[in-house]
Design a protein around this ligand. Structure first.
Ligand SMILES: Cc1ncc(COP(=O)(O)O)c(C=O)c1O
Length: 404
């Protein structure tokens, strides 16, 4: 039996909606993008949400808007996808990696505290695998008077803000909850990804949710970023087309990171069935994996629910107790030889050539390395059958027990 890792769910509903976009004659940003944003906003309980071309673009737009530049520092977990750190590099600022926790893979607030300096402008927690970061603990740190006293504002936005920005990399966590709120309504700004492997995909895509405190106006921020994501044009193509006025202005040099109606049409279908269909299926997959694996001493199961948090059930990040990286790699080769696609999330960023050459050393992030060296992500996708799940488990159990 072949089991892929995370193929998208492309069914007749998606095809019909995309076909509708294609036949409408309007394929770039337009009414379907707007509708997708409205549905997304309603779902996360925050109407100020802008659809963009990717989470990477969304994160970078926010950092650029906040005025991040050379000499600034941004605290990023060592254990994440490279995008979280690369966007900081793009701004010329310094990435300050922080070690993660051994229970849920997320950034460790205790370590964050020690890394804050007067150069720290932003912290980017990642909701790893869909499980929310420790937002209360992170807010307690950045609201602390002593820490606020360290903050050096370099522009008007930073002066109005007066503290470190909590920019959530919520690429994995659409639908997750923290303290009863949906992710997107918790951090100052949250960025989602709708990349092909995510629970909700638009092929490529992302969204920025604004939840900034006063004196910021989140509806104004939405409007500003809409322009910012389209070259700073005073009108997008749809507005020009609609009111048949061709003249527009460029008030500042914006970026090109808008979502298109073709992609948004996939999102429109997916968001409508996300909570009561997609998420239920992902939760079911996690429960089936847990049900059998909890019997095995070697299996360290991922956390997906506590009294304050619930995951979006994006990655089933299993860890094997007491093994080395090479043994984990061997187990993966054995699993793959039986037709099951598994993955590793993530190779810690300090292990990549660029970051190593720039002075980062994985030895300084022992928990990130330990998590990585023992981690195997099991297949999670909407159309996986119970039979396939049991086959994944048979194969995994055989491969581990054959290797220990
Ligand atoms: C944690 C994390 N952050 C950011 C991204 C970037 O998302 P995108 O591909 O939409 O730019 C990803 C993508 O996989 C991710 O896993």
């Amino acid at each position: 039996m072949e089991v892929p890792f995370s193929p998208p769910r492309i069914d007749d509903k998606v095809i019909a909606e995309v076909t509708d976009a294609l036949k409408s004659g309007w394929i770039t940003t337009g009414p379907k993008t707007k509708l997708f944003e409205q549905k997304l906003g309603k779902y996360i309980g925050n109407s100020n949400v802008l659809a963009v071309s990717s989470a990477t673009a969304g994160l970078e737009l926010v950092l650029k808007w906040f005025g991040l530049k050379e000499g600034d520092e941004v605290i990023v977990p060592a254990y994440t996808y490279c995008a979280t750190a690369n966007v900081v590099e793009h701004c010329g600022a310094k990435v300050v990696f922080c070690d993660v926790k051994s229970d849920d893979f997320n950034i460790n607030p205790e370590s964050v505290k020690d890394l804050i300096t007067e150069k720290t402008k932003v912290i980017i927690p990642v909701d790893f695998g869909g499980f929310p970061a420790d937002y209360k603990e992170l807010y307690d740190i950045i609201h602390n008077e002593e820490i606020k006293g360290l903050f050096r504002a370099d522009n008007e936005i930073q002066a109005n803000f007066g503290r470190i920005l909590l920019l959530a990399d919520s690429a994995h966590s659409l639908g997750a909850t923290y303290g009863g709120l949906k992710i997107g309504s918790v951090a100052d700004i949250s960025v989602f990804s709708f990349h092909a492997v995510k629970n909700l995909t638009t092929g490529e895509g992302g969204a920025i949710a604004y939840n900034m405190p006063v004196p910021f106006d989140n509806a104004e921020l939405y409007d500003f970023f809409r322009t910012y994501s389209l070259h700073g044009q005073s009108k997008d193509a749809f507005a020009k087309y609609n009111n048949s006025s061709w003249r527009y202005d460029v008030k500042f040099p914006g970026f090109k990171a808008n979502m298109t109606d073709i992609l948004a049409s996939i999102g429109i279908v997916e968001i409508q069935r996300y909570e009561n269909d997609t998420m239920l299926k992902f939760k079911h997959i996690f429960e089936l994996y847990n049900e059998r694996l909890k019997k095995y001493k070697w299996a360290e199961l991922p956390i997906f629910k506590t009294s304050t948090k619930e995951s979006s059930y994006h990655l089933y990040a299993l860890r094997i107790r007491d093994i080395k990286e090479s043994a984990r790699d061997l187990i993966i080769r054995k699993i793959k030889s039986k037709g099951v696609a598994v993955n590793v999330h993530f190779i810690p960023i300090p292990m990549f050539t660029y970051y190593k050459e720039n002075g980062y050393n994985i030895a300084n992030y022992p928990v990130a390395y330990d998590n990585y060296s023992r981690e195997i992500s099991l297949p999670t996708f909407y159309t996986i059958t119970d039979e396939q799940i049991q086959f994944v488990l048979d194969t995994l159990i055989w491969a581990v027990e054959d290797s220990l």
